[in-house]
Design a binder for this molecule. Structure first.
Ligand code: NAD
Length: 253
């Protein structure tokens, strides 16, 4: 009985940045739980499509560059045209730029802020309008970071954007709970994806990071799949505006 609440059978989920890394891990998790998937990315996501279809779920791939808000309306129109509705949005697409704060460029500030927080907000707003129109409620999951809690080093626009993700998650939860929209966030710890390739390649940084991870290993995209399914499911109906750390104990140290 309780496991039924975790089922996403019959749900339609949009995942941004689905081609690789955490986005792909969460997409596969949602599909395993029964959801049909709309994968949005600016590169082809053939591998993700194949993984979803192998599970017997439907996959609609939409190629869009989320550095601007321009594609959002047409993405939602395409989803509604194909499936008639949306139930779940995971705002996962995100980028990082590394440079000493003293030399950080305006472009590296703007690019990161655009995709990591501006697009996340306006995508959420557009999907929330659709949820309200449907009268069904819905789930929005934002991907935050350890740098929603901490300062980080040499990533000022990333820290600013991810701190904002945690803040906006609370702010939107306060306004949209009345429509049965649950908006929460997942803050992944240090996960082995493209995003952290530079850190893992640096022997000293790699060791310093591993020394602090209680679980004693880098995270894997599979590690965020279960929490994403939970937050996307009825089992999380009374969770609003919360950021769940999935960090192998990083914040506990
Ligand atoms: P990744 O670089 O492996 O994946 C990012 C995904 O976003 C890719 O599919 C990429 O194609 C897509 N993307 C990038 N720019 C895009 C654009 N302009 N338009 C559309 N799609 C675009 O990184 P990841 O580690 O899987 O990161 C996913 C999310 O998790 C990001 O928001 C990231 O900040 C966050 N995160 C990652 C870690 C980590 O340790 N890897 C930790 C905390 C948070």
């Amino acid at each position: 009985m309780i496991l039924k609440q975790f089922s996403l059978e019959g749900k339609v989920a949009i995942v941004t940045g689905c081609s690789t890394g955490l986005g792909q891990g969460m997409t596969v998790g949602l599909a395993e739980a029964g959801a049909d998937i709309v994968g949005v990315d600016y590169v082809e996501a053939d591998e993700t499509k194949a993984l979803v279809e192998k599970l017997g779920r439907s996959y609609l791939g939409i190629k869009a560059n989320l550095l601007t808000t321009e594609p959002i309306d047409s993405i939602i129109d395409a989803v509604v045209k194909k499936y008639g509705k949306v139930d779940i949005l995971i705002n996962n697409a995100g980028i990082i730029r590394r440079e000493d704060a003293i030399d950080f460029t305006e472009k590296d500030w703007d690019d990161v802020m655009s995709i990591n927080i501006k697009t996340l907000f306006f995508f959420s707003q557009r999907v929330a309008k659709q949820f309200i129109k449907q009268g069904t409620g819905g789930k929005i999951i934002n991907i935050a970071s350890m740098l929603s809690f901490q300062g980080g080093i040499r990533v000022p626009s990333y820290t600013a954007s991810k701190s904002a993700v945690m803040g906006i998650t609370k702010a939107l939860a306060n306004e949209w709970a009345q429509y049965n929209i649950n908006i929460n966030a997942i803050a992944p710890g240090y996960m082995a994806t493209n995003n952290t390739a530079a850190l893992r390649a640096d022997v000293d940084r790699n060791k310093a990071i591993l020394d602090r991870i209680t679980a004693n290993r880098w995270g894997d995209p599979k590690d965020v799949a279960g929490p994403a399914v939970f937050l996307a499911s009825e089992a999380a109906n009374y969770i609003n505006g919360y950021t769940v750390a999935v960090d192998g104990g990083w914040l506990a140290r």
